[in-house]
Design a protein around this ligand. Structure first.
Ligand code: HEC
Length: 150
């Protein structure tokens, strides 16, 4: 009886962990593609800045700002991540505004700030990620909790 119960428990835990791993893989592939788009768009900002095309610059900055409002952007759902996102969006919005004002110096400064907030968020994410990776797959209690609260 005890054995059967244990076997059922084990298969539940493994089943759940497999499902979660698959879901995680799917999610991270979508996230990676999204992050690549973000990279491409930010590179195009530099292009617009370099050729002093303010129209293009503001359109692209606004597009990048809009990306931060999408569900895929929220790869991590914590208040800290939201704060990083907010900081990033502020800088992108400042860039869009500088472009509308046709202010090249302000736009260049805003572009540097945008780049700094890319790096800041990644620094934050990497610290978080390694901590999460250490805990999640190996701790069945946490897994069980994750299944229950899902
Ligand atoms: C609010 C947080 C945040 C900001 C700001 C941010 N990113 Fe990211 N970025 C992430 C997360 C989350 C990932 C996915 C996890 C990882 O790769 O470590 C990621 C991954 C990436 C990747 C790797 C994608 C891959 O193929 O693995 C690139 C490239 C990238 N971001 C570029 C940028 C650029 C360029 C900017 C600024 C214009 C930026 N990011 C701003 C959160 C952010």
């Amino acid at each position: 009886m005890k054995r059967t119960f244990f076997a059922v428990f084990l298969s539940l835990v493994f089943g759940a962990s497999l499902t979660m791993t698959l879901a995680q893989a799917r999610k991270s592939r979508a996230t990676r593609e999204f992050m690549r788009e973000k990279l491409a768009l930010s590179q195009k900002l530099l292009e617009a800045l370099a050729i002093e095309d303010f129209e293009l610059l503001s359109t692209r900055a606004m597009k990048l700002s809009a990306m931060t409002q999408l569900e895929t952007w929220r790869a991590v759902e914590t208040p800290d991540y939201d704060l990083q996102s907010l900081q990033f969006r502020r800088n992108v919005d400042a860039l869009a505004k500088a472009a509308k004002d046709r202010n090249l110096d302000a736009a260049t400064l805003a572009y540097v700030r945008v780049t700094m907030s890319c790096v800041e968020c990644h620094k934050f994410i990497r610290g978080k990620d390694s901590a999460m990776l250490k805990i999640e797959p190996t701790n069945p209690a946490r897994l069980a909790l994750a299944v229950v609260t899902r």
